[in-house]
Design a protein around this ligand. Structure first.
Ligand SMILES: O=C(O)CCC(=O)C(=O)O
Length: 314
C-alpha cells in the first residue's frame, strides 16, 4: 500500500488560514485510503473534507464542529432528558479507592444506548455518519459501542486518560474510531474532551482508575494534550489508539458527551467471544441487514423520522 510524506497540514476555515501544523517524520499518510474515500464514497454534501482526513491520519483525531443540525441536536437532547428522567444511567465516580461511590463527584454514565432508544439505533445508519466513518477508517464497518457521559454543573467529574484500544484490543488501533458528540457546548470551563495528538504511535500501560468503579487509565503528560472546543452538535473523531479524557465541569450548567465507537469489519478481533461479537452491529458490507439481524427490525432508514418524531411539538 503506498504511503506518502507531507511536511505540514494547513487548516483553513472559510478560506482563512487558521493553522499550519508540521507533520512529524514518523507519520506516513495512507493516500490510498484518502483516494478511495474520495472516489468511492464522496457525497457532494460530505462533512469530512480531505483536510479532516489528513488530520485524522496524521494526528489521530479531527473536529467537525457542525455535524448534527439544531433539529438533530434537539432530538438527541430529548432522548438524554428521557434517559435522565427514567434514571437509566448511574454515577460511576468513586472516592479514590475504585469502589466507594462518591457523594460529591458525579460521572453519570448511560450505557448502552441502542437498547433504550430507536434514535440511537438509527444514528449509525444515518447517511452522513456512514459517509464520515467510511471516509475516516474505510468500509465495511460495525458499530461497537454507544454511551453517554453526563457531567452535572460543579460536581461533574472527568473521565481520566485512556485509549479506547486498551478496552477493545484490536490489532491496528487506527482501524477503529470514536465519534464523540457534544450534546452541550463543550468548553475548557466545563471540562471538554482533551486528546493527545499522535499518541496512537505509542502504547500506554493502563491500570485501574481509582476514581471510577470500572474504568482503566494511564498517567499522561498534560502538556502534550490539546483541549478540543466543540459546539453542541459538533463531533470529534479519534482513532482507538488516541489518548483522551475529559475534565471536571467547573460551571453551573451540565454538559454531556455522546460517544459511538466504530470498527472496520476486517479488524474484528478473532479472539472476541460470543458476547463481544453479539454487541456488534453491521452498518455496511455483506453482513449488514439494516439492523434487522441485530434488532429484529430494519432501522437503517429511521434516522430522519426519529428526529422528526422527537422534535414534534406536543
Ligand atoms: O465523555 C467522557 O467523559 C469520556 C468519553 C470517553 O472517554 C470515551 O467514550 O471513551
Amino acid at each position: 500500500m503506498p504511503v506518502y510524506r507531507l511536511s505540514s497540514i494547513v487548516y483553513r476555515q472559510e478560506g482563512t488560514l487558521v493553522a499550519n501544523t508540521p507533520i512529524p517524520a514518523d507519520i506516513m499518510l495512507d493516500l490510498q485510503q484518502i483516494k478511495a474515500a474520495d472516489e468511492g464514497t464522496k457525497m457532494s454534501t460530505s462533512l469530512i473534507t480531505d483536510q479532516h482526513l489528513v488530520q485524522f491520519q496524521a494526528e489521530g483525531y479531527t473536529l467537525c464542529p457542525a455535524f448534527f443540525d439544531p433539529h438533530e441536536l434537539a432530538a438527541l437532547r430529548a432522548e438524554l432528558e428521557r434517559f435522565k428522567r427514567a434514571g437509566l444511567g448511574r454515577n460511576v465516580a468513586t472516592d479514590g479507592d475504585g469502589k466507594t461511590h462518591s457523594t460529591t463527584k458525579v460521572n453519570y454514565q448511560i450505557i448502552p444506548l441502542n437498547d433504550k432508544s430507536a434514535l440511537m439505533q438509527a444514528l449509525p445508519f444515518a447517511p452522513k455518519v456512514v459517509d464520515a466513518i467510511t471516509r475516516l477508517i474505510g468500509a465495511p464497518f460495525v458499530r461497537q459501542l454507544d454511551q453517554i457521559f453526563l457531567k452535572p454543573g460543579r460536581t461533574g467529574a472527568g473521565t481520566d486518560w485512556h485509549t479506547d484500544n486498551a478496552y477493545f484490543r484490536i490489532s491496528d488501533p487506527t482501524k477503529g474510531t470514536a465519534m464523540w458528540v457534544a450534546l452541550h457546548d463543550a468548553t475548557l470551563a466545563n471540562g471538554t474532551l482533551h486528546v493527545i495528538p499522535r499518541s496512537f504511535l505509542e502504547t500506554y500501560e493502563h491500570e485501574r482508575d481509582p476514581n471510577s468503579d470500572h474504568h482503566i487509565h494511564f498517567h499522561a503528560d498534560d502538556s502534550r494534550a490539546t483541549p478540543v472546543i466543540v459546539p453542541a452538535g459538533g463531533c470529534v473523531f479519534f482513532n482507538y489508539g488516541t489518548g483522551h479524557g475529559t475534565k471536571a465541569n467547573n460551571t453551573d450548567h451540565e454538559r454531556a458527551g455522546l460517544a459511538f465507537h466504530f470498527l472496520r469489519t476486517d479488524y474484528i478481533p478473532p479472539h472476541y467471544d460470543e458476547r463481544q461479537r453479539s454487541a456488534l452491529v453491521h452498518i455496511t458490507g455483506p453482513e449488514a441487514t439494516g439492523g434487522e439481524r441485530e434488532y429484529g427490525a430494519v432501522v437503517a432508514d429511521a434516522w430522519a423520522g426519529e428526529v422528526q418524531r422527537l422534535t414534534m411539538p406536543p
